[in-house]
Design a protein around this ligand. Structure first.
Ligand SMILES: Nc1nc2c(ncn2[C@@H]2O[C@H](COP(=O)(O)OP(=O)(O)OP(=O)(O)O)[C@@H](O)[C@H]2O)c(=O)[nH]1
Ligand SMILES: [Mg+2]
Ligand SMILES: [Zn+2]
Length: 312
């Protein structure tokens, strides 16, 4: 038997014996403390073995018991997706194994369109579906944001109007069978939605605070809520900024869905889509097929991410 094949076989055979502890789902993270919902249904307060692993809500982990209701996380199982953002200093994990990103906006407090575009780029690059939730439909000011919502619908993203204080409404069917993460600026109504949708969530707030010894409300921490056996939703703290510094320029470009067929077709491989001859994006704009503001936004996101200088 060839050596390479031999060692592959040995590695495969070793895998089951190497698996340590019980399997569980990370439902809350706070500094170096984690809540893990074990597959047997119990909730364990865990710490991490070593300091090298970065763990997010939605991660499937292996843990071993260290005391009554307490455990140590030994390993993270492979992720299907990882949704994160960057700030000036580092990358921040938001949630793992997410299938869809739910961005929430509302007429009050005012929302920032560019922020929504950043969420879309991050969701696209993580391989997650993006849905825009327009909350506080009950407010008279809601009508004024409809034209702004329409620009996201025109790109092909579902826009769901709700009144979270009355429940999930039209959003409910979109959550079935999905692993969702709810993001948005502070005060948009993310936690209100969770609390109305899942009556047990309010009780859960107390449980999280007690278990993590924080005494704080969960809106300062990212928390996962089970909806049913195959669906969960993660509530995250309000975020004013959403850095894309973790993404290379081509990933940011691919986050612009209508530009995808044009990417790589400019005459110059390193085209800045500025004044170069044979720019496919500018030609598409001239034909009226791409809106000029989309190119302006792309250039803005690329330059903000500091990738332009490195890549171009
Ligand atoms: N009129 C109206 N108010 C709402 C609705 N949903 C939420 N609110 C109000 O909006 C405010 C903020 O709601 P939260 O659910 O705390 O907002 P959040 O997005 O979780 O905020 P952070 O946790 O800070 O990120 C609260 O006063 C809610 O009562 C709604 O559908 N209609
Ligand atoms: Mg909240
Ligand atoms: Zn170009």
């Amino acid at each position: 038997m060839p050596a390479a094949l031999d060692s592959a076989t040995a590695a495969d055979a070793a895998t089951p014996r190497d698996v340590i502890g019980a399997a569980g789902l990370v439902t809350a993270t706070f500094r170096r403390h984690y809540l893990v919902r074990s597959d047997d249904g119990s909730t364990i307060s865990c710490v991490l073995r070593g300091r090298t692993l970065a763990i997010a809500c939605g991660d499937r982990v292996r843990w071993v018991e260290s005391g009554p209701g307490e455990g140590v996380i030994e390993a993270i199982e492979p992720r299907t997706t990882l949704f994160y953002r960057s700030d000036a200093r580092r990358e921040k994990l938001i949630a793992a194994n997410v299938t869809q990103v739910l961005g929430m906006v509302a007429p009050d407090p005012p929302f920032d369109d560019e922020l929504v575009h950043r969420w879309i780029v991050a969701a696209e690059s993580a391989g997650c579906r993006f849905v825009l939730i327009a909350n506080k439909r009950d407010l008279p000011a809601f009508a004024a944001i409809r034209p702004r919502l329409a620009q996201f619908a025109a790109l092909g993203y579902p826009v769901v109007e709700i009144s979270a204080s009355e429940g999930a409404g039209a959003l409910a069917p979109l959550l079935v069978g999905q692993h969702s993460v709810l993001i948005g600026q502070s005060g948009m109504g993310k936690s209100t939605l969770i609390n109305r949708m899942l009556p047990s969530a309010a009780a859960r707030v107390g449980e999280v605070s007690a278990a993590l010894h924080t005494g704080r409300h969960t809106t300062t921490e990212t928390t996962l809520y089970l909806i049913d056996a195959s669906s969960w939703i993660v509530d995250s703290p309000g975020m004013k900024e959403f850095g894309l510094g973790h993404l290379p320029a081509d990933a940011i470009e691919r986050g612009f869905v209508e530009l995808r067929p044009l990417l790589g077709t400019c005459r110059f491989r390193n085209c800045r889509h500025d004044s170069e001859p044979g720019c496919a994006i500018r030609e598409a704009i001239a034909r009226g097929e791409v809106k000029p503001w989309r190119l302006a936004l792309l250039r803005q996101l690329l330059s903000d991410s500091g990738r332009r200088a490195q890549t171009w």
